[in-house]
Design a protein around this ligand. Structure first.
Ligand code: BES
Ligand code: ZN
Length: 631
């Protein structure tokens, strides 16, 4: 008897010890979102209602977010949301009869990258079968990583302030407490209160004829992932581009924007012909101040765009083709986690080039294909092997750092390789069927692979094997079968660079006026390393490189200027760093100054002068490049 009792106790202790250790697992789960705290397997928001006041003085959004949630696990008693630097003052569940029940809430774990988990306890007396309606009252902090509050002096008119959001990848949580993962989709509505002379726009239905009143209502009827939540408020006006398309900008930029983006309606129509129906109603652009950190952001119905595209010759509108193409790859069929980002960006880069081909011509598309391939080759020299796979292991770090050209350019080449293997007609059908099959869903790389194996590979079994595909997806570098893009115009520009460097061609005979900006960029990138300062000055004087108003030519030139320590152009370089805020344009120039061996202090000095106008995302990446990490 005594012995049996002891045995039971020992067994009980053993069981307890084992079950304590059991949840510890290090197995990497590619379908898991390592960048969200939300318990989406227990609760899922289906609809979000925002009611927000926009306070420019306090640099704060203030109001409430109401979640209509589905309870997936009837036993679960806590809702875990993502947040970052939010001041939550009240949480309550709304009841059908109009009453509400207050709920306890607390901040759980806090992480430098992921922010904080916000845990709401379900009151015991809540009907477990009923739909959950959770309302949170909160305010954002001025340091919200998603929001930039621009004082009037940093806007085009110098008189009105302007604010905008950038939620991708994991910044939505810094302006709305929510389940911040691309794995879930929500519809939303919003009421936004602003100073009466300003206009608010969102990634939702925007009525171009809205009167300025200081109170604006929005509805987004199609379900979207949280990273596509977007808002901007400023002295912005609308101008139509086509029947279904238009552009918002500060009045000073409106005319230039209408000229630059005149092809947007045609792009939309061609995109529909190629990829299937456009599912979002209108497609408008919002041209932001220079600090906007990206070339563009595919916020649904309203892409946010950098003003650095306003070159005056429509030469940089591939970015618009790119953001528009995201209306299919990304917004309609969404990467399940940030690790699957190539499904958004690689597919979009492929579609972007296809659009450029039909809207303009194959030469123009090929020029851009070559330039992005060249950038990829540079990146492959830098990026560690384990991050060179299209779908690498990604369970830590900052998803904002997981960018660069791998998912864009290598993803694009992978899809080009499939197109070449099966023929354009067959591949186009496959792409359209993919968008149809996964419309308004999220998808992992593995699901894509299965779909490929089911629908495309069997059509010509000898052409591409599953192992070939897996090499693209999971191995570093580029397979030997990579379809290397070619452009005769860029080849000519490259030969011209060599001929001029060899003094076989006079600087006056470089036919820059007949070149596309892309050819000029390639010419600059192809200059040999051993040019004297005098020859660089001669080139600059004749081609006007330091004075260019084309942001991409400027980028290519000033990277060379910094790398080669061409000091006579440093004043122009400094002005360039003050004119633009888009990370792609300026970060590599700072990095080149920091790396040339002598200009780190100068780079830091330029940065100090310019950084007040930069977006926090850009600021952080430059600070890293200049070794100022903790500033
Ligand atoms: N969605 C991206 C921007 C982005 C990516 C923001 C990852 C945050 C995290 C956008 O569509 C994009 O790719 N922009 C490019 C355009 C270019 C490749 C044509 C950019 O900003 O340069
Ligand atoms: Zn993109």
């Amino acid at each position: 008897m005594q012995f049996r009792f002891q045995l039971v106790v020992i067994l009980a202790i053993l069981v307890a010890a084992c079950s304590e250790r059991a949840p510890e697992t290090t197995v990497y789960d590619p379908a898991h979102d390592y960048f969200s705290f939300a318990n989406t397997d227990q609760f899922a928001t289906e609809h979000l209602a925002l009611d927000l006041a926009v306070d420019f003085d306090k640099e704060q959004l203030r109001g409430s977010a109401t979640h209509r949630m589905r309870r997936i696990d009837p036993g679960a008693g806590e809702i875990v949301l993502d947040s970052r630097d939010l001041h939550v003052t009240d949480a309550r569940f709304l009841l059908a009869d109009g009453d509400s029940v207050p709920a306890d809430f607390r901040i759980g774990e806090t992480d430098a990258i992921k922010g904080s988990s916000l845990i709401v306890t379900l009151p015991a007396d809540l009907d477990p079968a009923g739909e959950l309606r959770l309302r949170l009252h909160y305010a954002t902090s001025p340091g919200s990583t998603a929001l930039q509050w621009l004082p009037a002096k940093l806007t085009a008119d110098g008189k009105h302030p302007l604010m905008f959001s950038q939620s991708q990848a994991i910044h939505a949580r810094s302006w709305v407490p929510l389940q911040d993962t691309p794995a879930l989709r929500i519809t939303y509505e919003a009421t936004v209160r602003t100073p009466p002379e300003l206009l608010a726009v969102m990634s939702a239905v925007n009525d171009p004829l809205t009167e300025r009143s200081g109170e604006y209502s929005f509805e987004m009827p199609q379900p979207i992932p949280s990273y596509l939540l977007a808002i901007a408020v400023g002295n912005i006006y609308f101008a139509p581009l086509g029947e279904q398309t238009g552009v918002y900008a500060e009045p000073e930029l409106l005319e230039a924007s209408v000229f630059e983006f005149a092809d947007t309606q045609a792009m939309l129509e061609q995109a529909e012909a190629l990829f299937g129906p456009y599912q979002w109603g209108r497609y408008d652009l919002l041209v932001l101040p220079p600090s906007f950190p990206y070339g563009g952001m595919e916020n649904p119905r309203l892409s946010f765009i950098t003003p650095s595209l306003l070159a005056g010759d429509r030469s940089l509108v591939a970015v618009v083709a790119h953001e528009l193409a995201h209306s299919w790859s990304g917004n309609l069929v969404t990467n399940a986690t940030w690790r699957d980002q190539w499904l958004n960006e690689g597919m979009t880069s492929y579609l972007e080039a296809r659009l450029m081909e039909v809207i303009y011509d194959k030469d123009r598309a090929d020029e851009e294909r070559v330039l992005s391939y060249q950038e990829l080759l540079l990146d492959l020299d830098e990026v560690p092997a384990e991050m060179q796979a299209l779908a690498p292991r990604l369970d830590s770090g900052d998803p904002d750092d997981f960018q660069g050209t791998i998912h864009y350019s290598k993803g694009q080449l992978f899809l080009q390789y499939l197109e070449n293997a099966y023929g354009r007609d067959v591949f186009d059908e496959f792409i359209a069927s993919y968008f149809d099959a996964f419309a308004f869903q999220t998808i992992t790389t593995e699901r894509f692979l299965d779909y490929l194996e089911e629908k495309l590979l069997p059509l010509q079994p000898a052409r591409v094997s599953r192992a070939d595909v897996e090499q693209w997806l999971y191995q570093p570098g580029l397979p030997a079968t990579v379809p290397v893009p070619r452009s005769a115009t860029l080849d000519a520009a490259q030969s011209m660079a060599a001929a001029w460097a060899d003094e076989a061609v006079d600087v006056a005979d470089i036919p820059i006026d007949s070149w596309s900006p892309q050819a000029t960029v390639h010419f600059i990138n192809s200059l040999p390393a051993d040019l004297s300062q005098e020859r660089l000055a001669e080139l600059d004087a004749h081609l006007g490189l330091s004075d260019t108003r084309n942001a991409e030519i400027g980028r290519a030139w000033f990277i060379q200027v910094a790398t080669r320590r061409h000091e006579s152009a440093y004043e122009s370089l400094r002005q360039y760093l003050n004119r633009y805020g888009r990370g792609r344009l300026i970060t590599p120039i700072y990095a080149a100054l920091a790396q040339n061996g002598s200009d780190l202090d100068r780079a830091r000095d330029y940065f100090e002068q310019a950084r007040t106008a930069y977006h926090p995302i850009t600021d952080a990446s430059i600070a890293r490049a200049l070794g100022l990490d903790d500033s």
